[in-house]
Design a protein around this ligand. Structure first.
Ligand code: FES
Length: 145
């Protein structure tokens, strides 16, 4: 399996790993088939993502995509973060092998789940903003750890 240099960089030196104690948006998602889990913490102030951290118990591609995804939403508004797609993350990483695309779905989902939590905590129904979450299994072709 061939990974791009960017993937290897984010895998060996992942950005924004950890937890945020006073996060006001937290989301955890898992992929039933491979058992990988991702947890995302957001600190949002005045509609802007001031800080983001993640923890993942997952494969190298899951680590690389969450690392890149956190970099892409840091300092952005909630609206901009909601528009982040897994394909944009994959593109920023200069591609992923097809069997690893589902790992990037996990990153997108973790961000959306954390944003949904942010809305819910304020008594706002997140559905109109966040919409339906993609099922990572849909793009799950195989799971090679
Ligand atoms: Fe399942 Fe990467 S998230 S193998």
């Amino acid at each position: 399996m061939l990974y791009s240099e960017k993937v290897m960089d984010h895998f060996t030196n992942p950005r924004n790993v950890g937890e945020i104690e006073d996060a006001n948006g937290v989301g955890e998602v898992g992929n039933a088939k491979c058992g990988d889990i991702m947890k995302m913490y957001l600190k949002i102030e005045n509609g802007v993502i001031e800080d983001v951290k993640f923890k993942t118990f997952g494969c190298g591609a899951a680590i690389a995509t969450s690392s890149m995804a956190t970099e892409m939403i840091k300092g952005k508004t909630v609206d901009e973060a909601l528009k982040l797609t897994n394909s944009a993350v994959v593109e920023a990483l200069e591609g992923l092998p097809p069997v690893k695309i589902h790992c990037s779905v996990l990153a997108e989902q973790a961000i959306k789940t954390a944003l949904a939590d942010y809305y819910t905590r304020q008594g706002i129904d997140p559905t109109p903003f966040v919409g339906e979450l993609k099922d990572p299994d849909e793009e799950h072709l195989a799971c090679e750890m």
